[in-house]
Design a binder for this molecule. Structure first.
Ligand code: 0A1
Ligand code: ZN
Length: 885
């Protein structure tokens, strides 16, 4: 294995490139086994670096080099050094020059899906972060920005559609050859990771958008022929996103065309290549019978996300990969705001926080913890993480909270204006925010550099004589790998004090007037805030809207939490109170082997009552009510337990609480279920989506009673479903059961959808997630199913990904069979697609919180894996997960 590739790269070692490449002309001749790439690069020494004959080292991987010419003169092998990974010209000129290269790459055998590859016969590319070097030799780093002109030539029969970034400038036939060409020009300087090319037999779904200043933009979505009827939602989402970015952030689109291509083999969700976004088809294609409400929501969110990158990422990009959060955190924040504005703000906030806590909190608490801006990495592909994306978005949100919406908007305007066409750093971003607000944000910078989730402990003491309430706050940032000492952070703490009748009390701080918007700024390790004129003991509602990505502990008794879950005017915190109440019961029961009866009598019933009341409250949005009926997940419970986790006990505790709740409020859930049965055809609008979610959540709980009538209802729900949302939610419910209804429904679903890959993925996923003791065996059997393939990332994620990330009890089975399955499959995948393998292996990140037997098994499996030949990607994950021995 390549030892150099395994040396960590350090942020502090950043040095600007000795040469700049300002113009790029590429000429592609597409062919499956040997695609010819002729490139012409206008290069000049970087004036900011004292060069004077420095070697020019171009990155390149897996390329066959045919020729090199410098300023028109052919070079001979003695003029350059060719190694795997690079092409060096030791004596490059100290003046501007032109370098011409001819290379070949092999799209057909490109199973890593990075660079130029074939997906079901379509040529496509993925260059972020370091895929461009698999297409041609280049300074493949984000701070080298060039204007690209791209000519693509191919057989017309094979690839009637030829696309690249920017605007189309020419196309035509090459007479007598059956070949044709297209030329594209992108006037905006961009880094190589944003380069894209597509060639294939694709159907085009066109549309149009007129920007706020009246520019006409041709929009198109390209899909496999026959899938044109599944693009409407993606197109609508795109147009809404374009309008929203104009209205909310003043960002207008800048090219004459905007193209989206859907491919079925893709390592991630989608990619923001300038003017030519390439998507995993899962995040484009939707029809009511094939896609669920959740799919519709993801499509809307990801289409928006990639589009928003046009400014936050493409026009202003990252100087180096350590700054990845600069574009990702900001763009996730922007897409979350879009979803909140388009759908329901509280429900979006709940979804975002669920996501953060499920994926980022465990990352931050485990062996792979890293800062939002990491200081070192071995393989950058491993840093497309929940910390960079989701915590990165929280950091932007905190800036908005601290500066106010207007202040934040001004800061963002200044950032885009100052840095348009540049590759910048987190400091540049924060500086723009500091400049518009006049604030010193140096302490805030710790959010980018310190890893670990801050723990915020709060308590409130009421003084009935003085009529004051004292809020004591302390913060601790726990040690994380490589960071043992932490500084206190600037934490925006939104709060309210609620009087006995449910009213909000004015927050008058002693000596400081009324607290604006209920926002306190915590800056020290320990702080006390004294509120005056408080007539009677209040209930504190803290961290409203989840105003900072911290773990909050508040000393509240169950009655106070119940009060909040009924009365808090902050919709997020009202939901959070219900979750906290349930979590307290569930963690206690899990510690008792899952036996709920040993820890609670009346509390579970009180929770049931409160949930039932909220679920039935038609003055609230249906989607919001549905969130109340979803109990904390098994991984939520495990995370709160934090140590000595027995996943079987966790599952038992959760099932037992579900049974208790369903037993208590079953009849009102059944009534609710019947009362809100939708009429009319399916529509993915937020209201109808909310009603389906509420109905599905009610059904899910009802089935927990184990009553035959509930099972019959679930079967009927499946049978009578007229859309994928109802079908898949019923199938998921049935999949857990030991009943003929389960097998029948699964067989029916398979028979109907076996030739629809995206729908068949759901069939695999539902079985992998099923809460059954034989899930390892089920997954193992499905690995040999004729429709299963390790080569398609969506299928791998549907079966193996759903199992290891979505079935904690199955994966963490005490005998280690789940661990073995992952190790063995990831090893196979690693040989041809390291990126996908390494992401699966991330499922081991929480092994240290398990009880000793499971821990021992996980460790043994990881150690055995570490002794095998692994890619750099998987090597980094496995060795860091194991930790220092
Ligand atoms: N920038 C994309 C994510 C992405 C990252 C890496 C990829 O290939 C290895 C592909 C996509 C986004 O944020 O959507
Ligand atoms: Zn992104």
């Amino acid at each position: 294995m390549n030892e150099i590739a395994r040396q960590p790269k350090l942020l502090k070692d950043y040095a600007p490139p000795p040469y700049l490449i300002e113009e790029v002309e590429l000429d592609f001749m597409l062919a499956p086994r040997a695609a010819r790439v002729a490139s012409k690069l206008r290069i000049r020494p970087n004036p900011k670096v004292a060069t004077g004959g420095r070697p020019l080292v171009l990155d390149g991987e897996g390329l066959a080099l045919e020729s090199v010419a410098l300023d028109g003169k052919a070079l001979t092998p003695s003029d350059y050094e060719l190694k795997e990974g690079s092409l060096t010209i030791p004596r490059a000129p100290a003046h501007p020059f032109t370098l011409e290269l001819v290379t070949y790459c092999d799209p057909e055998t490109n199973t890593a899906l990075s660079g130029l590859y074939l997906s079901r016969g379509t040529y496509c590319t993925q260059c972020e972060p370091e895929g461009f070097r698999r297409i041609t030799f280049f300074l493949d780093r984000p701070d080298v920005l060039a204007v690209y002109t791209v000519r693509i030539e191919a057989e017309r029969e094979v690839a009637p559609i030829l696309l690249s970034n920017g605007n189309p400038v020419a196309h035509g036939d090459i007479p007598g050859t059956g070949r044709h060409f297209a030329v594209w020009h992108d006037p905006f300087p961009k880094p190589s990771y944003l380069f894209a090319l597509v060639g294939g037999r694709l159907a085009k779904v066109p549309d149009r958008f007129v920007t706020v200043s009246g520019r006409e933009v041709d929009l198109a979505i390209y899909v496999e022929p026959g899938k044109e009827d599944r693009c409407a939602w993606a197109m609508e989402s795109l147009k809404r996103a374009m309008r929203w970015d104009e209205e909310r952030f003043g960002r207008e689109y800048d090219l004459d065309v905007f193209n989206i291509v859907a491919v079925s083999d893709f390592n991630m969700g989608a990619m923001e290549n300038k003017g030519l976004n390439i998507f995993n088809d899962k995040l484009v294609l939707a029809r009511p019978d094939t896609a669920s409400d959740a799919d519709y929501a993801s499509i809307e969110g990801v289409i928006a996300h990639e589009y928003f990158h046009n400014w936050s990422g493409d026009r202003v990009t990252c100087r180096d990969w350590f700054q990845l959060c600069l574009k990702e955190g900001l763009t996730v924040f922007r897409d979350q705001e879009f979803t909140g504005d388009t759908r329901s703000a509280p429900v979006e906030r709940i979804a975002a926080v669920r996501m953060l806590k499920t994926h980022q909190f465990p990352e931050d608490a485990g062996p792979l913890a890293h800062a939002v801006r990491p200081a070192s990495y071995i393989e950058i592909n491993n840093f497309y993480t929940a910390t960079v994306y989701e915590k990165g978005a929280e950091v932007c949100r905190m800036l908005q909270t601290l500066l106010g919406r207007e202040g934040f908007r001004k800061g963002l305007d200044l950032y885009f204006e100052r840095h348009d066409g540049e590759a910048v750093t987190v400091e540049d971003f924060v500086e723009a925010m500091a400049d518009v607000s006049g604030r010193d944000l140096s302490q805030f910078m710790l959010w980018y550099t310190q890893s670990g989730t801050p723990e915020l402990a709060c308590s409130l003491d009421y003084d009935p004589h003085a009529k004051t309430a004292r809020l004591s706050v302390s913060q601790v940032v726990p040690p994380t790998p490589g960071q043992t000492k932490k500084e206190p952070m600037l934490i925006p703490l939104k709060m309210g004090l609620i009087g006995a009748n449910g009213d909000e009390l004015p927050l008058k701080l002693d000596g400081k007037g009324v607290v604006n918007d209920g926002l306190l700024e915590i800056t020290g390790r320990e702080q006390v805030f004294e509120f005056r004129d408080i007539p009677s003991p209040p209930t504190p509602s803290l961290l409203r809207g989840f105003s900072a990505p911290v773990r909050l502990t508040v000393s509240l008794d169950p009655e106070q939490i119940e009060f909040l879950m009924r009365h808090d005017k902050d919709a997020f915190n009202r939901w959070q109170a219900a979750q906290t109440y349930a979590t307290n019961l569930l963690t206690a029961a899990s510690r008792e082997g899952g036996d709920l009866s040993r820890v609670t009598g009346k509390e579970a019933l009180r929770l049931a009552q409160a949930l039932g009341q909220t679920a039935g409250d038609s003055s609230l949005e249906a989607a919001y009510r549905a969130e109340f009926l979803k109990l904390p997940s098994e991984s939520d419970i495990a995370r709160e337990l934090a140590r000595n986790v027995d996943t079987d006990a966790v599952r038992a505790a959760r099932e037992s609480l579900r049974r208790t709740i369903a037993g208590e409020i079953g009849s009102s859930l059944a009534e609710l279920y019947e009362a809100i049965a939708p009429q009319g055809p399916y529509s993915p609008d937020p209201e109808s989506t909310g009603v389906r979610a509420l109905r599905g959540a009610a059904l899910d709980l009802l089935v927990a009673t184990g009553k035959p009538s509930a099972l019959a209802r679930a079967e009927r729900h499946y049978r009578e479903a007229t859309n994928m949302t109802d079908a898949i939610s019923a199938l998921a419910i049935l999949s857990h059961l030991d009943a003929p209804a389960r097998d029948e429904a699964l067989a029916h679903f398979y028979a109907r959808w076996q030739d629809e890959p995206l729908v068949l993925d759901k069939w695999f996923a539902v079985q992998a997630r099923a809460a059954r003791s034989d899930s390892v065996e089920t997954v193992r059997a499905l690995l040999s199913h004729p429709k299963f393939s390790l080569k398609n990332p969506n299928r791998v994620r549907a079966l193996i990904g759903s199992f290891v990330h979505g079935n904690p009890t199955g994966f963490n089975r005490a005998d280690g069979a789940g661990f073995e399955l992952l190790a063995e499959q990831a090893y196979e995948i690693d040989r041809f697609n390291p990126h996908v393998a390494a992401r699966l292996l991330g499922a081991f990140e929480s092994w240290r919180i398990l009880e000793p037997v499971r821990q021992g098994r996980a460790k043994a499996v990881l150690e055995a894996l570490a002794r095998r030949q692994l890619s750099t990607d998987s090597y980094e994950i496995v060795t860091k997960t194991l930790g220092p021995s």
